[in-house]
Design a protein around this ligand. Structure first.
Ligand SMILES: CC(=O)N[C@H]1[C@@H](OP(=O)(O)OP(=O)(O)OC[C@H]2O[C@@H](n3ccc(=O)[nH]c3=O)[C@H](O)[C@@H]2O)O[C@H](CO)[C@H](O)[C@@H]1O
Ligand SMILES: [Mn+2]
Length: 353
């Protein structure tokens, strides 16, 4: 019985040591299980476009601190009240007076971005290139790196336009066609292929624009966003049942009378290169499915674009300031016209009309 007082502390020490080891082992097992769950959530998050844009921005922001020295105080109760400047899914609708151009440039400038701009000039449409490029040099993404991609069947007729520093132009030969509908529609496929082979490596954002147009006023970094579309100037005051969507259920661009947010113009598609890649891929796929069934949507790729944007909401919407038409008188809500389609003689310019 004498040894009991000696062995008791020894047993106590041993058992508490054992409890500690078992406890640590259980803790280790649990934390392993928890940490194994995290990458699954991470994966889902990192593939979401919003997350990509966010990390893309913050990564760039960390590199250079933007200049915030002086700009007007943002107001809560003072601003434009004559137009709606946010969609019901909380994407900005960009109108003059809703953004500070100096501030927004100061935010985007340090990111050192390159903006790709695709433009098609097939057949006689090559004659629009000079004005398009010359006015872009005055108003489009000034002080940003811009890479124009001109697609044409007449490379020798591409005008030589003086480009400012940091701006670059590539001419890409494509075949002509004797149907304007086909020329317009095939843009989706060609843009998609060129993003894959080239643009993806050369630019951050992309705008795909109609060539029969001119810039008249600033079109800058306020237009940048993950997925950007423009409200068509002919339909911004119209109810959705009057939008010229494709209405035949047999078409893959079908929209019923009670569907639709806005009517978007096919003359402007923009966003992060990868988001426009997805858009062009999907629209092209659905356009081809229609072709197999001998259907061409009412407004070709524009109809498919409108359907796509109904199911994949744009993260930024440009007001009709960014797509006007020269034959249309300016309305009071349009304070500036930034980009406008020129008046054209359809019979003289299109191969079939
Ligand atoms: C202002 C606007 O939203 N315009 C759209 C509208 O008509 P538009 O009358 O604006 O179509 P359009 O004749 O300008 O054709 C669209 C574009 O295709 C190219 N092109 C066309 C014909 C040709 O012979 N050569 C050539 O290069 C050119 O870049 C032109 O800007 O509906 C079209 C439907 O297909 C497109 O969605 C246009 O973007
Ligand atoms: Mn056009």
């Amino acid at each position: 019985m004498r040894f009991i007082p000696v062995t008791k502390p020894y047993v106590l020490l041993l058992s508490s040591g054992l409890i500690l080891i078992v406890g640590y082992w259980i803790f280790w097992l649990l934390s392993e299980k928890i940490s194994r769950c995290i990458p699954v959530e991470d994966d889902t998050l990192s593939t979401s476009p919003e997350y990509q844009e966010f990390t893309f921005r913050t990564k760039e922001w960390n590199m250079v601190i933007p200049d915030m020295s002086s700009y007007n105080q943002p107001r809560i109760l003072v601003g434009r009240t004559d137009v709606v400047s946010v969609t019901p899914w909380l994407a900005p609708i960009v109108w003059e007076g809703t953004f500070d151009p100096v501030l927004i440039d100061n935010i985007y400038k340090p990111m050192n971005l390159t903006i790709a701009t695709t433009v098609f000039a097939v057949g006689k449409y090559v004659s629009f290139l000079k004005d398009f490029l010359e006015t872009a040099e005055k108003h489009f993404m000034i002080n940003f790196r811009v890479r124009y991609y001109v697609f044409t069947d007449r490379p020798n007729e591409v005008p030589s336009v003086n480009l400012s520093g940091g701006r670059h132009l590539t001419v890409i030969s494509i075949p002509g066609s004797n149907r304007w509908q086909e020329i317009s529609a095939q843009r989706m496929k060609i843009i998609h292929n060129t993003i894959e082979t080239q643009i993806r490596k050369e630019a951050d954002y992309i705008f795909c624009l109609d060539v029969d147009s001119k810039f008249h006023f600033r079109w800058g970094s306020e237009s940048l966003g993950r997925l950007v579309s423009v409200i068509h100037p002919g339909y911004y005051d119209t109810t959705r049942n009057n939008f010229p969507y494709e209405r035949r259920p047999a078409s893959k661009a079908f929209m019923s009378m009670d569907q639709g947010d806005y009517y978007y113009g096919g003359a402007v598609i923009g966003g992060l290169v990868e988001d426009v890649y997805k858009l062009t891929k999907e629209c092209q796929k659905r356009f081809e499915e229609d072709a197999k069934n001998s259907i061409e949507a009412a407004w070709q790729e524009e109809s498919h674009l409108n359907r796509y944007l109904y199911y994949n909401k744009p993260s930024k919407v440009l007001s009709p300031e960014y797509l006007w038409q020269d034959f249309k008188a300016r309305t009071k809500e349009v304070k500036v016209i930034r980009f406008s389609g020129v008046i054209k003689n359809y019979a003289a310019i299109r191969p079939n009309e």
